[in-house]
Design a protein around this ligand. Sequence first.
Ligand SMILES: [Zn+2]
Length: 445
Amino acid sequence: MAKQVVTRTYTASIGNQQQVSDDLDALGFAASKLWNVGRWTISRVWDEIGYIPEHDELTAYLKSHERYDDLHSQSSQRVLQELAEAFNGWYGKRRNGDTNANPLGYRKHRDEHPRSTVTFKNKGFKLDTKYNRLRLSKGSNLKEYWSDFILCEYQTRPDVDLSTVESVQQVRTVWTGDEWELHFVCKVEIEVSEAPSEQTVGVDLGITNFAVLAYEDGHAELYPLNCLKQDDYYFSKRIARCDDSDSEQATRLNRRKSARRTHYFHTLSKHIVQRCVDEGVGTIVVGDLSGIREDEENGESKDWGKHGNLDLHSWAFDRFTDLLEYKAEMEGITIKQVFERDTSKSCSCCGRKRDANRVERGLYVCDECGMVANADVNGAENIRQKVSPILVTDGVDETHSVSSAHQNAKHSGDGDRSNGWLAQPSTFLFDKETGAFAPREQVTS
Ligand SMILES: [Zn+2]
């Protein structure tokens, strides 16, 4: 076992909610107002010179703005940083041709400002783990003569002890919809097992097969979204029957729906990490989110509609990747994210890229080398190869480019790999009764 320092976020409730909620509200509203000022400023800069400012430029520009002093300077800085990052992220997607990416909105609902999350960095909070108290700094505008800070009494989960963590890096005040809670972002030392092996696996995330795994030895696993689809269909129908979408019943149904999703993602990420441990995987390679868009191009999103509008947004993939990373790191497995461009269009066997290659839905057929594979498996294998290109063992110099290695692989007939490719990938289904993933019985004809 080895030791490793990782980041963990612990949630805590606030015991003296009533005493502090007005003050926390004021900070939450202030963060929304500052966000809006920043949002408006970005638009103006964009209209004037066609450029999106980075967060430090935005901060320098707005430092003297009245709203900046509503929060502690580090908290204000964080609001503008999140805004600039989100804006640049959106712009990046748009530049890559994603016309569906929505530009960022203002945080305002009629005349109301929502309660935004406020982040406090080291100078903005003081933690007393002996008496479970947390002091949060206000900005100079909100300091009243009787207090310039907010004193919260917090309660963490019983298994969490903040006095034993390496350090608390940040505190966030988060509005849950009912009340305020605290998130402590901590550095924690954990025991991890040594990386079991140098094997790699490629993971392709999508909306038909939520996850597809391609292992180095050529075998592959599919994780379809069947159960989530059924769940969504069931809840959507029940929610549609509610008189009012804001009603208590509808809210309860929505909560149950999202709790079940969270459970599904937890179970799946745990299962995948366990599979990787079993298979001696040391590195998991995950594609980034551009794959979702490619699926839409192929008409998959229309299919979704038929299945009860499963509204699986990109955040679900982000969240899943986070869970996977968290669980993998406990096992000493590294996660690498790679850009997904062309991974669904290229042949993972010979490297040939052609749109027409995908001749049949769900099946990737390459005219060049004759490979036939499940299209998602082909994508996952391409993702894997971004980190670990195929190296052919029969005397080919490892410094050769990937494509020449591919050529050699083709000519030398690399039997094992192509056998693996032709083999049927195994499919794992979520079993509602056991709450676990189990391989679907193979039908032998
Ligand atoms: Zn090919």
